[in-house]
Design a protein. Structure first.
Lengths: 198, 204
């Protein structure tokens, strides 16, 4: 089945990640969450799993509501991963290191129905097994387009999303992880779609 | 019933389904096993008090960086003697709550639990505790996030695995009766089951 898309304003994410949420706190840099000090850096500047809850104002972009960001480690395990880009989903790939993630559906611990899903905010530089990069990811609430403009727009789906709960899934026609309808009770719901994919 | 298996502490993340928000990095005096508040006959904190703490891998050879949630509960069997308590046993609610029985009253006895398989209100014991069906003891339990090995050594490390039914794959897990006389983990078996956590690996 060919993949489809769902607009950024038409779904919310449920935050399943363990971690501490700091409310109404955004990085005090002009670039915000994608600042060069904290994001896409080879040395972590934040605790793994630290989360930031912010209010996304529709007067700036997207829909109004609360969004959660999380600080994670990007690192492939066995092979080069697909080129990273904003709006791609990541999920854990190391059973002993819960916060280590990849955007590669072939290297995930559990690609379809994983409880732990987050979205890349930007291009990131983790690409092979030798160098980790750390940064912020979107993991809960409405799409934080007002904070990261590249998160607005279409998200890849498996072309079966209807109004209702959603899970992450291996996309059919792209080497990436996207959104899907729930397929089994062993899959963990990580969000809710308010419209069918296009 | 299949032989029990186990998973390593690094592979398990719990979903905190208990009501209430957690305190911000509060650590009780003497740590979570402090003798003035853990395994004690009178509660040291309000039942259901939770605290979210940072687990630093540098504090434990067996742990990993991350966040863990502890909850303060009441251990008390219902009508008969319960199995001997030990660290890494699952506890679940004993009864429907009432004016005399708190929601937070738990047991490690699969025969006395309100719902043993897939009860979403569950937690892990941190140590030997001395509650029975006749003796109440209050204390801290692990209920969310990663295994807090740096705070309580018995929660991880060599030989300190978590018992499962032998069905667990990478994915969500539920509380379940084990072959041995205790409660552990199982794979999800239906859409009516409350998820207790998530396993990053299959049991072995």
């Amino acid at each position: 089945m060919a993949d489809s898309t769902l607009d950024s304003e038409l779904f919310v994410l449920y935050d399943r990640w363990p971690g501490k949420v700091v409310s109404r706190w955004a990085p005090q840099y002009a670039a915000g969450f994608i600042n060069a000090t904290d994001h896409n850096v080879a040395t972590a500047t934040r605790k793994m799993g630290e989360k930031r809850l912010v209010y996304n104002n529709s007067e700036t972009a997207g829909v109004s509501g609360w969004s959660t960001f999380i600080y994670l480690k990007g690192l492939p395990t066995g092979a080069a991963n697909p080129t990273c880009a904003a709006k791609q989903f990541v999920t854990p790939n190391n059973a002993s290191v819960w916060y280590q993630v990849t955007n590669d559906p072939d290297q995930c611990l559990d690609v379809t129905g994983s409880a732990f899903a987050a979205v890349l905010l930007s291009v990131m530089s983790f690409a092979d097994t030798t160098t980790a990069y750390y940064g912020y990811f979107w993991c809960g609430g409405v799409c934080p387009e007002a904070y990261v403009s590249d998160l607005g727009g279409n998200y890849a789906t498996t072309n079966d999303v209807i109004v209702g709960p959603i899970v992450i899934s291996d996309l059919a026609s792209a080497d990436a992880i996207g959104l899907s309808a729930v397929g089994a009770d062993t899959e963990v719901i990580i969000g809710f779609a308010s419209e069918a994919d296009a | 019933m299949a032989t029990d298996k186990s998973i390593d502490s690094l592979n398990l993340i719990l979903f905190d389904n208990w009501p209430g928000i957690a305190l911000d990095e509060f650590i009780p005096p003497g740590g979570f096993l402090g003798v003035t508040h853990h395994n004690v006959s009178s509660p040291g904190y309000d039942l259901g008090t939770k605290t979210l703490v940072w687990e630093d891998a540098d504090n434990s050879a067996a742990g990993v960086d991350g966040w863990a949630t502890f909850i303060y509960l009441k251990g008390l069997g219902d009508t008969e003697a319960n199995p001997t308590c030990a660290a890494r046993q699952v506890v679940t609610c004993t009864n429907a709550p009432s004016s005399t029985i708190p929601l937070y009253q738990v047991t490690n006895d699969k025969a006395q639990a309100l719902q043993v398989n897939a009860c979403s209100l569950a937690a892990y014991m941190l140590s030997v505790m001395t509650f029975t069906h006749a003796v109440t003891k209050y204390g801290w339990f692990w209920c969310g996030g990663i295994a807090p090995v740096g705070h309580v050594n018995a929660m991880g490390g060599a030989g300190n695995d978590y018992y499962c039914t032998g069905n667990v794959a990478c994915g969500p897990v539920v509380a379940s009766a084990l072959s041995r006389d205790s409660i552990g983990l199982d794979a999800v078996g239906g859409d009516t089951e409350g998820r207790f956590g998530y396993s990053l690996a299959a049991d072995a």
